[in-house]
Design a binder for this molecule. Structure first.
Ligand code: DP6
Length: 331
């Protein structure tokens, strides 16, 4: 019997400090602006892929998920097709994938899930790809997945076309002792998936303004990161979150991703700052709030968050590594 064409990858979700919202090309997922993120240590996906000659079609199993949408299956089959094309093989695959957090609630589940599938499929077929190639391949499945290939703090360079839009590392995980304390407030999937939201961005009268300011914003936040200037960094990331949500709220039709408890946490974070406990909020396309703080303040933030009603789970995240091949298979 020949060698098994099987591999497993683990990959982390990431939180964007400067958000990706709006694409220049929805098919290749080339974005309208650069974005900056950090890989998260406590929120991840694991995926095993095995290409087999006895399968007539791809078999995808989302372990432990009650609700699986057709588009999620199609996205994974899309990854398999692209990897098959690169390798010249046409074998079908069995895929088992799982997250350790609820998907589609404002934690980038497509980022961790689809970067894990991409790396597992590539490794299963023994392809040798650079991080740049992997990031581009992951981007085709989900924009944010391109940022989970590298470790630590990452910038996705929008590029000008499909061939030069990929993410690179800015700083390794141990560069800066900051954290993302995530307040998960729902297990329900959001009504408007991000892919649909991106399509609406240009219907907001403010999207052009957002994009116009991006280059300067990226420059300033990178400077803040380089100097480890937490205050400047926090002010920019919180402002960019509100800026992205302003686009969502003024799109046609409008998208409201927040719940009541989302707003309550946002207000509290601002109040804590006035009291001298420095942290900043950011929110992706969902109601989950990410509280960005310095690692010395984690316990305090956790304690303060635990007093707010409606938070289902608190997840403490350090800057982490991105996608890796691991030895323990899911089947
Ligand atoms: C709101 O990567 O989910 O999290 O490329 O269509 O899969 P697709 O979209 P997705 O975009 C979500 C973007 C965001 C902000 C960010 O993380 O930059």
């Amino acid at each position: 019997m020949g060698k098994k064409l099987k591999a497993t990858a683990k990959s982390s979700a990431n939180i964007a400090f400067i958000k990706y919202w709006g694409k220049t090309d929805p098919v290749t997922r080339v974005p309208q602006n650069n974005s900056i993120s950090m890989c998260l240590s406590d929120l991840y996906s694991i995926c095993t892929v095995e290409f087999r000659s006895d399968l007539r079609k791809d078999k995808i199993d989302f372990l432990g998920e009650k609700e699986v949408k057709q588009r999620e299956i199609e996205r994974i089959v899309g990854v398999l097709d692209r990897v098959r094309e690169k390798s010249g093989l046409s074998l079908r695959a069995k895929v088992v994938t799982k997250n350790n957090f609820p998907k589609a609630t404002g934690i980038a589940s497509s980022a961790s899930g689809l970067s894990a599938v991409t790396l597992a499929a590539v490794a299963a077929l023994g392809l040798r790809l650079s991080k740049t190639e992997l990031s581009k391949l992951a981007r085709l499945a989900s924009g944010t997945a391109s940022r989970s290939i590298s470790d630590g703090f990452v910038e996705w360079k929008k590029g000008t076309s499909e061939g030069n839009s990929y993410a690179v590392q800015l700083f390794p995980p141990d560069y800066w002792k900051i954290a993302d304390v995530v307040a998960i407030v729902t297990h329900k999937m959001k009504k408007v998936p991000s892919t649909e939201g991106h399509k609406l961005a240009d219907t907001s009268p403010f999207q052009k303004e957002r994009i116009k300011d991006m280059e300067v914003k990226i420059k300033v936040i990178k400077k803040a990161m380089k100097e480890r200037n937490f205050t400047l960094f926090g002010e920019i990331l919180e402002a960019d979150c509100l800026n992205m949500h302003a686009i969502c709220m003024t799109s046609v039709p409008p998208i409201l991703y927040w719940e009541g408890v989302t707003m309550e946490i946002m207000r509290k974070v601002q109040e804590w700052r006035e009291e001298g406990f420095e942290s900043y909020f950011t929110i992706d396309a969902g109601p989950t709030v990410h509280v960005i703080c310095q690692q010395k303040d984690i316990d305090l933030i956790k304690k303060k968050l635990s007093k707010i009603k409606g938070i289902l789970r608190i997840s403490v995240n350090y800057p982490s590594i991105g996608a890796r091949v691991i030895n323990k298979h899911l089947f």
